[in-house]
Design a protein around this ligand. Structure first.
Ligand SMILES: [Zn+2]
Length: 132
């Protein structure tokens, strides 16, 4: 882990506001480490500029509070929502990831590149690309 930390992936404005303790277990933590080592850090290295994690790990309670999908990969620590801070650069970042040799499970352009959802799952890195 070079650029991103487990703590950074657990931080949540909504969680803090609602007093939800967003603490991962060792399984979820291991998934986050894989996500960082196999995707987030290499992406940040390639991009060469800061990338912000809007949402990483979500406990069940937090996932409900933010209206996440029932089977959201955020709950297992396998997914992160990332942004450069603006849509134009998010599109460039998205294209850079899509054209890279990295392995991912899902790469999703959310709401016209408002943010990028990316997930890593060693057993199922099918490199799916979606626009939602
Ligand atoms: Zn997401």
């Amino acid at each position: 882990m070079k650029y991103f930390t487990i703590a950074e992936l657990c931080r949540s404005n909504t969680g803090e506001k609602l007093g939800i303790e967003n603490v991962p277990n060792s399984f979820q933590k291991a998934n986050m480490e894989n996500l960082i080592n196999h995707l987030l850090d290499p992406i940040r290295q390639m991009w060469g500029k800061p990338i912000i994690v809007n949402s990483g790990f979500r406990c069940i309670k937090l996932n409900k509070a933010v209206g996440g999908a029932k089977n959201s990969e955020h709950m297992s620590g396998c997914a992160a929502d990332i942004t450069t801070g603006n849509k134009a650069d998010n599109k460039k970042l998205f294209d850079m990831i899509r054209n890279s040799s990295l392995e991912w499970r899902q790469l999703i352009d959310e709401s016209g590149f408002s943010w990028i959802h990316i997930s890593y799952n060693q057993s199922d890195n099918k490199k799916q690309v979606l626009h939602l």
